[in-house]
Each structure stands twice: as structure tokens, then as C-alpha cells.
Design a protein around this ligand. Structure first.
Ligand code: CMP
Length: 139
């Protein structure tokens, strides 16, 4: 069992999809062991997405991520990093497999409803970015 960071992004929070996305997570045997709704500052968004700072989409991505509240979560389960990325689907919703979160709810490559860590190492860094150990409840 290990953990990953999930973000329900502003487009999905605005469209009242927190419950539906959480149901997909839970029905796929992943456990939500921490969760909170927050509004990022521009500085937070730039720090979180620092790895993309040289990409053409960086400024728009950061502006979008502060356009409304997000829900940050820690998910626990078997092979959670890869299994959650499978459940999310491809970055661009139009390339995402059927029955993935992004194919069902994503609107565009930017407004793609969810984020999930891309490796165990990044999961650890991203979880620590948002949560203290006191806020995470294993079983
Ligand atoms: P995410 O998994 O949060 O990681 C970086 C994000 O950049 C990605 O999801 C997309 O929402 C966003 N993004 C915006 N434009 C692009 C693009 N052209 N290519 C890849 N990612 C993009």
C-alpha cells in the first residue's frame, strides 16, 4: 500500500463534481486518507508546477489553478500512483480511455478536472506540499 496526491481542479469543483469523482476513486478500491478544499495563491501554483516553468502553458496553467477552490487529497491503495493515473486517463481528455475521470468530466487539456502524482518520489514531495503528517489518516 502506498499513497499519491490527487487534486480535483477548479473546473470540476465549479461543476459540483467532487462527489462523483470521489465515488469513482472509492469504487476503484482507492481510499481517501486526507482531503481539504483550498484556494491557491499565485505563488503556491507557481511553486507546485515549478517543473513546468519553461513550458508555454505555464502562466495560463497557474492562472487557471487559482481561478477557484481546489480539493487536495491523499489517496492510498495498491500501486496507487499508476492505478490513479489509469483512472484519471490521458492529460488531454479527448485522448482519454472510456470510463476514466478525464474522459467523463474533462473539458480540455487545461481544464482536465484532476491531477495525480506521476511517480512515488513526486507523490511524497507533492503530499508534503499540501499536508502535514497529522492530517493524513491511514488505517
Ligand atoms: P497536470 O497533471 O496537472 O500536470 C500539468 C498540467 O498542465 C496538466 O495536468 C494539464 O492540465 C496542464 N496543461 C496545460 N496545457 C498543457 C499542454 N499543452 N500539455 C500538457 N499539459 C498541459
Amino acid at each position: 500500500m502506498n499513497t499519491t496526491l490527487s487534486i480535483i481542479k477548479p473546473d470540476a469543483v465549479k461543476r459540483n463534481l467532487i462527489g462523483e469523482i470521489n465515488t469513482m476513486i472509492e469504487k476503484n478500491k482507492m481510499k481517501i486518507v486526507a482531503q481539504k478544499m483550498i484556494l491557491l495563491s499565485i505563488n503556491d501554483a507557481q511553486r507546485f508546477y515549478d517543473v513546468h516553468k519553461d513550458r508555454a502553458f505555464f502562466d495560463d496553467l497557474c492562472k487557471y489553478m487559482i481561478s477557484g477552490p481546489i480539493v487536495v487529497q491523499v489517496l492510498k491503495g495498491k500501486d496507487i500512483v499508476s492505478n490513479y493515473r489509469k483512472l484519471m486517463g490521458a492529460t488531454n481528455p479527448s485522448n482519454a480511455d472510456e470510463n476514466t475521470i478525464r474522459s467523463k468530466y474533462g473539458l480540455s487539456v487545461e481544464e482536465n478536472s484532476v491531477h495525480g502524482s506521476d511517480s512515488k518520489e513526486n507523490a511524497k514531495i507533492e503530499i508534503q506540499f499540501f499536508f502535514s503528517s497529522k492530517e493524513i489518516f491511514g488505517d
